[in-house]
Design a protein around this ligand. Structure first.
Ligand SMILES: NC(=O)c1ccc[n+]([C@@H]2O[C@H](COP(=O)([O-])OP(=O)(O)OC[C@H]3O[C@@H](n4cnc5c(N)ncnc54)[C@H](OP(=O)(O)O)[C@@H]3O)[C@@H](O)[C@H]2O)c1
Length: 237
């Protein structure tokens, strides 16, 4: 099974790719030319590196990159610089997701999509309502941190536009709470909805655990069926 990964050179993306490889899958990673990559990836037989900016690839080329892939994993995120947070592309994640889905639709073969999102984003189908203070804080975050709106819109695109009845596209939106670094996979748990306030009482989850969960969703059919069309929230145990 081959997985197309975007954002694979990021802190979580690297962990995801290592987990995919450990599970015996192969990876096609679309990374920018400037990406710093682990040395052992450069000549790895199970990692095919495409040095392109995901938003500069046209539909035909994207469809060709997806031809032999059965899954797409997105761990993209805005760089934490003034340009990354307030500059263009403001809709990096939403635009990349939408382009990839159009290309997958062109190929008309079944495709699993796993989108890395955030516990700070709500699933209106499942999550309980926010308190007044949480609503207010979320509105302020949307203004001060435009990447949050991008994450919200990307998830909403899958939830309401692609939905659960698409002929070929199935998806899971993974919502980690605050990310931390760790060297090894440890205990973690996925919940259908947040069990604590992502703003006022956030939990933690390691990037390697997020990578492990995303790779397990793709490789383990039982886990996929359990979470398909949902937005699991992850916390370290
Ligand atoms: N921090 C938290 O606690 C937290 C919690 C939950 C969810 N999240 C979400 O998870 C995301 C990923 O986290 P992370 O720590 O793994 O992020 P990261 O290390 O910053 O990785 C971001 C990835 O996106 C790519 N990227 C950024 N701007 C791009 C552009 N304009 N065009 C193409 N690619 C671009 C980066 O590639 P380059 O190296 O080429 O820039 C990198 O591969 C966050 O951005 C956030 O949305 C964060």
């Amino acid at each position: 099974m081959k997985v197309l990964v975007v954002g694979g050179n990021g802190a979580t993306g690297k962990q995801l790719i290592e987990q995919l490889i450990q599970k015996g899958l192969t990876v096609r990673a679309i990374v920018r030319k400037t990406a710093k990559l682990p040395q052992n990836w450069l000549n790895a037989e199970n990692i095919d590196l495409v040095y392109r900016n995901i938003l500069e690839i046209d539909q035909n080329e994207l469809a060709a990159h997806l031809k032999d892939c059965q899954a797409i994993a997105l761990t993209l995120g805005h760089n934490l610089t003034l340009k990354g947070i307030f500059g263009q592309p403001a809709k990096l994640v939403t635009q990349a997701l939408s382009n990839l889905i159009k290309a997958a639709e062109k190929n008309a073969v079944p495709m699993k999509i796993v989108l890395m999102n955030t516990a700070g984003n709500r699933n209106p189908d499942m999550d309980k309502g926010l308190s007044f203070n949480e609503k207010l804080a979320t509105a302020i975050i949307r203004v001060l941190l435009p990447p949050h709106s991008d994450n919200e819109q990307a998830a909403e695109f899958l939830r309401s536009q692609i939905g659960s009845k698409h002929k070929n596209i199935n998806w899971v939106i993974v919502r980690p709470d605050s990310l931390i670094d760790s060297d090894a996979v440890t205990g973690y748990k996925a919940y259908p909805s947040p069990t604590r306030s992502a703003i006022f009482n956030p939990g933690k989850v390691s990037r390697i655990n997020v990578g492990h969960f995303m790779a397990s969703l793709i490789s383990d059919e039982h886990l996929w069926i359990k979470w398909m069309g949902q937005m699991p929230v992850l916390y370290n145990s």
